[in-house]
Design a protein around this ligand. Structure first.
Ligand SMILES: [Zn+2]
Ligand SMILES: [Zn+2]
Length: 110
């Protein structure tokens, strides 16, 4: 993670400045922005702010690092009792998907 670099291009206009974004901010925007999912809120409520795999606990302020995994691999299967959801931190989630299912599935989910 620490080796990642973002190149920021400054626009020449007066008073314009580019804000350098941290990875965390970008992740936060992804979670909070385009795809706000009801099931995510619900899953966090039902299962708590804790990763089901590594048992790491999260605060609300860094709950953007916690994602909802669909146990059956179908992101459209969202039973209200949360039985198809698992809260995984982004690291465990990636790990979970690297064992068989492929990346474009992950981008569909969220
Ligand atoms: Zn984890
Ligand atoms: Zn998943």
């Amino acid at each position: 993670m620490s080796n990642r670099r973002f190149r920021v291009y400054r626009k020449p206009g007066p008073g314009k400045r580019d804000v350098k974004k941290s990875v965390d901010e970008i992740v936060g925007e992804l979670k909070a922005g385009s795809q706000t999912s009801d099931y995510r809120e619900r899953s966090l409520e039902i299962h708590g702010l804790i990763c089901a795999k590594c048992a790491r606990e999260f605060d609300y302020k860094d709950s953007n690092l916690l994602t909802v995994h669909h146990k059956d691999g179908n992101p459209n299967n969202n039973p209200p009792d949360g039985s198809n959801w698992e809260n995984l931190c982004i690291y465990c989630h990636e790990d979970e998907h690297s064992r068989g299912m492929l990346g474009d599935y992950l981008s569909d989910e969220e």
